[in-house]
Design a protein around this ligand. Structure first.
Ligand code: CMP
Length: 214
């Protein structure tokens, strides 16, 4: 996003941001709080999630560096829409509202990139809503596995789900850990995926076909 800035502009940008580190498990953003900064994730992984009053969790997304979050409250002045929790140690730059406007003047591509990210998150949320309304837990678990394994294939060339427990997969699919484990075991018996230690290797073609017919 900033690779074509001149050294001078980069220096200006660096003065706008603050470098921050959070340990694994830290809440970086709390749902419903007022937000005055957004974050650029430099290293590590965060989980965007919602908690119900009785302690249930719905994971909205996992974000890996490079990524950004916390921009919604800056743009619409509403409260934080979700919790954002560090799932590894993370390094971030924070940027406050007035500096976001200045950063956009410095690098107009930043505005387009923010809109593109919001659009793709809205698309994902529409698909989730559709799956919640029209499909069962099996379909939703398959969708999560397909999305995560496809992203891994696109970035690393291997269609695997790793770094996510069955509980994590369940919270992304809006179901229980027991249901997620049962469905993953069945998919393994059907030869659609193979579990190797804490990695799930997915046959993307078979899983996509199954999802289209289920
Ligand atoms: P904000 O509402 O300020 O604080 C929580 C942040 O979580 C939000 O900004 C977004 O950056 C991020 N967020 C909310 N929903 C999603 C989602 N579905 N996918 C990814 N990130 C999200």
């Amino acid at each position: 996003m900033f690779s074509d800035l001149s050294v001078e502009d980069l220096e200006t940008f660096v003065e706008m941001v603050q470098f921050r580190r959070y340990p694994k498990g830290a809440f970086i953003v709390n749902q419903n709080e007022t937000g005055s900064v957004m974050y650029l994730l430099v290293s590590g992984r965060v989980k965007v999630s919602l908690a119900s009053p009785d302690g249930k969790e719905l994971a909205l997304n996992y974000l890996e560096a490079p990524a950004h979050f916390g921009e919604m409250s800056l743009v619409d002045a509403g409260p934080r829409s979700a919790d954002v929790i560090a799932v590894t140690d993370v390094e971030l730059f924070s940027l406050d509202a007035k500096d976001l406007s200045a950063a956009i003047q410095l690098q107009p591509r930043l505005a387009l990139s923010l809109i593109a990210t919001l659009s793709s998150r809205l698309r994902q949320t529409i698909t989730r809503l559709e799956d919640m309304a029209f499909h069962d837990a099996t379909h939703r678990i398959m969708r999560v596995l397909l999305n995560v394994a496809t992203a891994s294939y696109e970035s690393r060339g291997v269609p695997v789900v790793q770094g996510l427990t069955h509980y994590d997969i369940a919270t992304l699919a809006g179901t229980s850990r027991e249901t997620a484990s049962r469905i993953i075991s069945q998919l393994a018996r059907d030869g659609v995926l193979a579990t190797k230690g804490r990695r799930i290797v997915v046959d993307l073609i078979q899983l996509r076909e199954l999802l289209e017919t289920n």
